[in-house]
Design a protein around this ligand. Structure first.
Ligand SMILES: NC(=O)CC[C@H](N)C(=O)O
Length: 200
């Protein structure tokens, strides 16, 4: 499929940047707030924002069950930052009782980098991309542990968090701790659009 329909979960968070990035890559981006919109998608981006708010809104909008079903049925999905938390099967340091969509066989630690390093940028080697990616982290989670079927795409390279996993892939699911929708480097989204194209 040349122009796959890729939804951006638009309950909360940085939706616009993802829509613009996806459009620039030749996908047909749509906002998703209802089950019918989700049903029209060949792939789904779950953006950054605040995962505790996003999960509550997903429930209120009656999207949580359809989202879980869609991911279980193999819908390609890409979560960034809070979106990574939303796709994770397990959370550390979540709010009490914080639920997720799940599907990704990882444990994610919320706000993992601590208050002092709220936001930072780093060049990271990214599996499958020739040149490093400039990764922008904003109150980001990291991946604490992964099951055997999860491929690690990138790790932090410098500082006290060196070695921590910040990008993963598991079949049609991708997630990054950082915000690849910020700036003009669209290669990470490009990987996801290719994944959606090959799945449809
Ligand atoms: N930039 C982000 O998406 C931050 C994620 C946020 N700290 C959360 O827990 O959901």
């Amino acid at each position: 499929m040349t122009h796959p329909t890729i939804g951006v979960l638009a309950l909360q968070g940085d939706v616009r940047e993802h829509l613009a990035t996806l459009r620039s890559l030749g996908a047909e981006p749509i906002t998703v707030r209802r089950p019918a919109e989700l049903a029209a998608c060949d792939g789904l981006v779950v953006p950054g924002g605040e995962s505790t708010t996003m999960i509550k809104l997903a429930s209120i909008f009656e999207l949580l069950a359809p989202l879980r079903e869609a991911v279980r049925a193999g819908l390609p999905a890409f979560g960034t930052c809070a979106g990574m938390i939303m796709l994770a099967d397990r959370i550390e340091d979540g709010a009490a009782g914080q639920e997720t969509i799940g599907g990704l066989h990882v444990t994610v630690r919320r706000n993992a980098f601590g208050r002092q390093v709220d936001s930072f940028e780093e060049d990271l080697r990214f599996s499958g991309l020739a040149d490093p990616v400039r990764a922008v982290f904003i109150r980001a989670p990291w991946v604490e542990s992964v099951d055997d079927d999860v491929e690690v795409l990138a790790r932090v390279e410098d500082g006290p968090a060196a070695g921590r996993i910040v990008a993963v892939r598991q079949g049609p699911l991708m997630a990054t701790s950082f915000h690849p929708e910020v700036g003009s480097d669209h290669r990470v989204h490009g990987m996801f659009v290719d994944l959606v194209r090959s799945a449809t």
